[in-house]
Design a protein around this ligand. Sequence first.
Ligand code: GLU
Length: 376
Amino acid sequence: MTGDSLESLSSAKRLIIKIGSALLTTDKAGELNHAWLAALADDIAKFKQNDAEVIIVSSGAVAVGRQALALADGPLRLEEKQAAAAAGQIGLFHAWQEAFARHEMRTAQILLTPSDTEERRRHLNARNTIETLLSLGAVPVINENDTVATEEIRFGDNDRLAARVAQMIGADGLVLLSDIDGLYSADPSDDKSAEFIPDVTEITADIEAMAGEAAPGNSSGGMVTKIEAAKIATRAGCAVVIADGKEHHSLAAIDGGKRCTWFHATATPSTARKRWIAGALTPSGVLTIDDGAVKALSSGKSLLPAGVVSISGNFERGDAVVIETSEKDRLGCGLIAYSSKDAKLIAGHKTGEIEALLGYRGRDEMMHRDDLVIDG
Ligand code: GLU
């Protein structure tokens, strides 16, 4: 276990709670379990009072919509699933809104497709929107945009979607709430000798082999996708908890020590993000900066337009760009907040002049400190 990995839910600064369809609906398939939601909102309100930022990844659109559209039981065709999601998402989000309103918590709905988390430009936008909502004190409620997703480009399960969101926004905790209390050495429903695994510090092939088969029903998850999600998130610096959420106030119970499985993070979110920026990207331009900006960057500050002397290359907002000193020494690289065309217009100017120069109010920074890595 790394010293930085999260030790309890209440110590998380940015917590994602992923909720499976089975928990949100009552036994009468497709009917939302409002009492359960209310209890969860109570727990979330407490985390928020403790200054944690909370993000929900909620399944249930297909389950709710199936009922709303009176679709027959059994597997749905892709277009029926998409229709069900379109119908069900309305009621699903409304239920969240109602549950949070009791605590005067603001909320907002975000529907994502894989390209929103994978493609850099969209990634930057999705990330900024979520960051803005969090800074305004809202609890974003995220689901996959099932209605436009095609089979080939779907996340397919919200466990993986939640892990991608954790990676994108640098969350330090992700709780996968479902109807099983954690990971077992074998499937406990058909192997009575299966042992419970409370802590996982490394996701080895042995751990993966414990996962078994995906579960049937409205949710597409199961232990396989949970382990897959845990792999993505823990590498991104986010601890993952698999826990049983059937009882009311499960989050409070988990925080109080109720049995669950913890997958410990293998990095901090910021080092993991910087590793991703430094490693995975092909730069498409160069920014030359003045000595004042070199000093600012070396002390951990963002790069402002005023410090940029010249720009070369053709790039779009969100692309990777190298930063050089005026002596042409490489200082580092990062994701730029402006296209090369706009960056050239604002280079050397004060942040307050951006709007007049471009005709819109963009980011204050040319490159935010979270988006740049200084070479070691
Ligand atoms: N996005 C789907 C829904 O809202 C659920 C996917 C999943 O359960 O993992 O119904």
